[in-house]
Design a binder for this molecule. Structure first.
Ligand SMILES: [Zn+2]
Length: 224
């Protein structure tokens, strides 16, 4: 049995969570960081941050240096705090759902949809439950990492909804009235939009503002 590993017995996943939470709260415990680096040494010998934490004493680093190395270690091992340890992600997702929900009455979907965290999935993701109880998660759930950016979260939700509805009904939605083409939820110039590929491509409407675009379309449709 090799010596020096005895003090590194704590569970690596737990240590990652403690280091992450310590970083968030600004009270990272150097001993947690050393224990984590020590645990990871055999698995990530090419991570400079792991080596530095093992070789140098984090307690003697500045808080900024220690935090920077802790972040690099979490990055190197691909740690993801999921929804539970980063609750702002759920908030971002709920805010995005409120926006895309404004378009749903145009599809005949009434009532307030809800975010549903899918704990049976790995990794844990999020789906949508409509007011009538129907679940939308076709093509895989929304992953926690998609919720770090409001635009990505909104476009991902809109895509999940339209693909789930398409799978169920084989009916394309939404449709560009000018080109008679199905449009797709997409990110353009930092905004989540319904994008039509007709002609050179154009934004039919920002996600959440479909009613205004299609209302205008109906008004002009007769003149085509
Ligand atoms: Zn179009």
């Amino acid at each position: 049995m090799s010596s020096g590993k005895g003090e590194c017995a704590a569970d690596t996943e737990q240590l990652q969570q403690r280091v992450y939470l310590g970083l968030r709260a600004g009270n990272l415990d150097p001993e947690d960081l050393v224990a984590l680096a020590c645990n990871l040494l055999d698995w990530f010998p090419c991570s400079d941050a792991v080596l530095e934490v093992v070789e140098l004493n984090p307690a003697e680093m500045s808080p900024e240096e220690m935090a920077a190395r802790a972040r690099r270690i979490l990055d190197d091992v691909g740690f993801d705090p999921g929804f539970d340890l980063a609750p702002e992600r759920s908030e971002t997702l709920r805010a995005a759902l409120r926006i895309v929900a404004r378009d749903l009455p145009l599809r005949g979907i009434e009532g307030e949809p809800e975010i549903e965290i899918l704990r049976d999935w790995f990794p844990v993701g999020a789906g949508i439950r409509l007011a009538d109880g129907e679940r939308l998660n076709w093509g895989g759930p929304i992953l926690p990492t998609m919720c770090d950016d409001p635009t990505v979260a909104l476009a991902s939700l809109a895509r999940l909804i339209q693909e789930s509805l398409l799978e169920r009904t084989w009916q394309v939605w939404p449709v560009c009235l000018w080109h008679d083409l199905g449009v797709h939820a997409s990110e353009r110039n930092g905004a989540a939009v319904w994008w039509c590929a007709g002609d050179d491509g154009h934004i039919l409407a920002p996600v959440g503002e479909l009613a205004r675009a299609l209302g205008h379309g109906r008004a002009t449709q007769g003149r085509r």
